[in-house]
Every structure is written in C-alpha cells, then in structure tokens.
Design a protein around this ligand. Structure first.
Ligand code: SF4
Ligand code: SF4
Length: 141
C-alpha cells in the first residue's frame, strides 16, 4: 500500500444522513462478507443472493450488488440506516477513507457533494495511523 500523502490525517464526522448509500454505484463484497451478511439477515447465502440480486464480478474478484439505478443500496432501511451495519462490507466500513479519495484531492472535494462529513468542523481528526487501522479491519467510522 502506498504511503499516505496526508500525514496530518483527515477530519471526518458522519451525520448518519445516508447519502453515501443512495449514491449510484456497486456494493462489493467478498464471499466471507456475503456469508456474514446472509447470516446477519437470517437467510441462506443462496436466498440472500437471489433476494438482492448479488452477482459475481470477475473484474474485481468480488460479489456485487448493482445499485446504479439511483434508488440506493437495497440494504438501506426506510429511515436511512444500514440493515447490516454490524457486518457491512469493507467498502462501506472504510468510507470515506478509501485510497482513491485520500490520494486525490479533487476526488475528496468532489465527494463533499453528497457527504457532509468530510472535513466537517465538528468531526474528529483521524490520524494517519487510525486511518490505516480502519483500512486494515480494526473498527469502523
Ligand atoms: S451495505 Fe449498508 S452501508 Fe453499505 S451501501 Fe448498503 S446500506 Fe449503505
Ligand atoms: S458517510 Fe457521509 S454521506 Fe454517508 S451517512 Fe455519513 S455523513 Fe452521510
């Protein structure tokens, strides 16, 4: 993993607005994550894959849910909470501390279009070490 160019860390404070889960895109997950999510929902892997139209994506080498139609992630609840919060995939658990955002100032600024938590005045300053720990699977934002 390349060194972080942001030695002073990043300030972030999630407002729980749910906007990130409404952004058109794909939700990627490994098979282990898929198994955990299915178990959390109390269904079999096969049932979960059918109900949420989970597809295999050869490019990423992961499973994916297609949420590109603008209606949001199907795992989002009516009150904009995550129905699988405790076991959400790495992609969701580490947002917004993705290297593609951390390493690209313009991408970080663009993400503020929908995420009010980035550089939020009331947010917490995450150190580089904390960000790396989150990326490694220790804790969540
Ligand atoms: S899995 Fe949860 S956190 Fe991830 S996009 Fe869906 S609702 Fe949001
Ligand atoms: S991460 Fe950003 S967009 Fe997502 S719920 Fe928190 S404040 Fe809203």
């Amino acid at each position: 993993m390349p060194p972080l160019p942001i030695l002073n860390g990043r300030r972030f404070g999630c407002t729980q607005c749910g906007n990130c889960c409404m952004e058109p895109g794909y939700i990627f997950m490994t098979f282990v994550e898929l198994e955990r999510i299915a178990a959390h929902l109390g269904v079999t892997v096969a049932r979960f894959k059918t109900d949420y139209d989970v597809q295999w994506d050869a490019n990423s080498g992961q499973f994916e849910i297609d949420a590109t139609d603008g209606t949001g992630c199907p795992l989002l609840t009516k009150d904009r909470g995550c129905s699988v919060h405790a076991v959400k995939p790495e992609q969701c658990r580490t947002f917004p501390f993705w290297d593609e955002l951390l390493d690209d100032h313009r991408a970080w600024e663009d993400t503020k279009r929908y995420c009010p938590g980035l550089d939020a005045k009331g947010g917490r300053l995450y150190t580089k070490a904390e960000i790396r720990a989150l990326q490694s699977g220790e804790g969540t934002t």
